[in-house]
Design a protein around this ligand. Structure first.
Ligand code: PAF
Length: 282
């Protein structure tokens, strides 16, 4: 496995691989790998000839006062883990390689960026869309792998790739969970042990929603109320939002029908956690 830090070198490697008929899989990450990241890499490894993982804590997706400086980092550990699952290249640029002095262009995916997490983090998805757009140009892969845990990010990136005509398939990969149901996240390390115990509120609320829908409930208000009942049992967990919406445009639904995204966000101590599930409602 090779670590590359310069854009031109990285693009050259990918272009030569594609010219030689290889399928390239891209796994964009901010590092501090957990099983969720490794699952993205394994899936890319299984489906592509050449796997490129990017490791870049992207400053433009953090607002002032958010956790850019504190975001957990361990490059040597990440390098070993990526190598262990058969990654070919890690692209790990410095911030000024990605955003040289004077760079001022931002990609804005309207509509999808202002809802759900976009309410608490109004500049976040513009930062994500900008860096992913740049990564698609630097690493013109045929397939790009994203965790379904970040459902809104998947929707934003899918829209951006379609709108800007990137010939890349966006592959969402199911969320990997801890044994008690907590979705894996690099930010889980921010929680104190008692907070960590209560963080199951998110996955439990989704399980309650699933049970209700499976028993025939189709009213989004009733489903959200059942989810709020779960949160009420966990005082350390401050619910930020429950969203019951379609999975493409993220428009809120009154009645559950078709492919429905049920998503939650909550603050637990220093951590802001998100989780979701997709339901196929007949
Ligand atoms: O999901 C992440 O880790 C980041 O938002 C991403 C897609 C790598 C962009 O910085």
């Amino acid at each position: 496995m090779e670590v590359i830090s310069e854009k031109d070198e990285m693009r050259g490697i990918v272009e030569r691989a594609k010219a030689g008929g290889l399928t390239v899989g891209l796994v964009p990450t901010m590092g501090y790998f957990h099983e969720g990241h490794l699952e993205l890499m394994r899936r890319a490894r299984a489906e592509c000839d050449l796997v490129v993982v990017t490791l870049f804590v992207n400053p433009t997706q953090f607002a002032p006062g958010e956790d850019l400086e504190a975001y957990p980092r361990d490059f040597e550990r990440d390098r070993g883990l990526a190598e262990g699952v058969g990654v070919d290249y890690v692209f790990a640029p410095e911030a000024d390689e990605m955003y040289p002095a004077g760079s001022s262009t931002r990609v804005e995916v309207e509509g999808l960026s202002g809802v759900m997490c976009g309410r608490a983090r109004p500049t976040h998805f513009s930062g994500v869309a900008t860096v992913v757009c740049k990564l698609f140009n630097i690493i013109p892969a045929q397939k790009a792998y994203f965790g379904q845990k970040d459902a809104q990010q998947v929707a934003v990136v899918r829209r951006m790739a379609a709108d800007l005509d990137f010939p890349v398939s966006i592959v969402p990969v199911p969320t990997v969970r801890e044994p008690d149901g907590l979705a894996m996240s690099s930010r889980n390390v921010y929680m104190e042990p008692d907070e960590r115990e209560q963080a199951v509120a998110l996955s439990e609320s989704l399980a309650a929603a699933r049970e209700l829908v499976e028993s025939g409930e189709r009213d989004a208000g009733a489903v959200a109320a059942a989810m709020r009942d779960v949160f009420a049992r966990y005082p350390a967990v401050e619910l930020e939002y429950i969203s019951i919406c379609d999975n493409i445009f993220l428009r809120p639904l009154d009645e559950l029908e078709g492919q429905v995204l049920v998503a939650v966000a909550a603050r637990v101590g220093r951590a802001r956690l998100i989780d979701n599930m997709l339901l196929d409602v007949k």
